[in-house]
Design a protein around this ligand. Sequence first.
Ligand code: IPM
Ligand code: MN
Length: 361
Amino acid sequence: MKLKVLVTPGDGIGPEIMEQGIAVLQEATQAGGHTLQLDYKRIGGIAIEQDGTPLPPKTLAAALDSEAVFLGAVGDDKFNALPTSKRPEAGLLGLRAALGGFANLRPVFAFKELTVNSPLRPEIIDGTDIMFVRELLGGLYYGQPREWNKEKGEAFNTMRYTRGEVERVARTSFQLAQKRRKLVTSVDKANVLEVSQLWRDTVTEVAKEFPDVTLEHQFVDAMSMHLMKRPRDFDVVVVENTFGDILTDEASVITGSLGMLPSGTVGGKINLYEPAHGSAPKHANKNIANPLATILTAAMLLRHSFALEAEADAIVKAVRKVLEAGFRTQDLARTNPEGLTVLGTREMGAKVREMVKKLLK
Ligand code: IPM
Ligand code: MN
């Protein structure tokens, strides 16, 4: 099989973690007898500097011409003075909209070796396995009207959803739950917001198509607490864009580091894969960033865009084995350095790559 993938490394630690993600992807595809056809394009702050826009037309065209897009991270404080529509993040939001994927899958599971890194007690988080489905194309991020009126000293955004937008992301969530533990938790703020009342009503309707799956509703404030108190009780969690952005950063605490959270966005013309963390500019070019979220994202790419399950499983297993062997990036070694070997970004990537090679031999 030939895999045509567009790579957009972006800003900050993006290029470094992406180099390792690609190296592992290369290893896994080669071992399976497949060919990776890569194209590289700019997005975000680097594109603002070199092309004058965060989403250059060439990048967009290459993305639409690919079978999957693999993105590092975008954003840098030096662009903070720019209006929202010209910032690095606007490039990412433009790309997401153009590719059309509405269901951002963010799996949160606790590797046993890393539970000690979490401020939560092991007996709370052991065995946690949650699939967040974050709606990615609606809500506050895209809702019109939006404005910052500087003269008036007033600003507003619009959290808007249509029934159709909620239906499709709900359906994806129920389908995922059917292959897992058959529970969907839908998150909203229906006690206050009309948009959440529509969300809840629609998810409840869609649930009737899936009688084998249990649906429960949680208010987002309560959910943020339940996630920390009893994360094991959740299976698939479906949530609107902004609430999902917040809850998944919170949930990364369970995994021990935000540097462990992969993501893949499905449902559109072309799937988009990006680690859930940001560009962390202050850690850039020091060979200290954790590439594991990106490497796990590569596994999602193989699984969800190319159905290469064995290769995807091998990557996840390789990460587990490397952690079992005591190798850590510095973000994962702060709390318990004894007996561990701290590796740089490149060295960690190489370890996982080696292990993937062994596993797929
Ligand atoms: C994420 C990020 C992005 C988002 C930013 C960089 C626009 O925080 O993927 O979670 O808010 O969606
Ligand atoms: Mn985020």
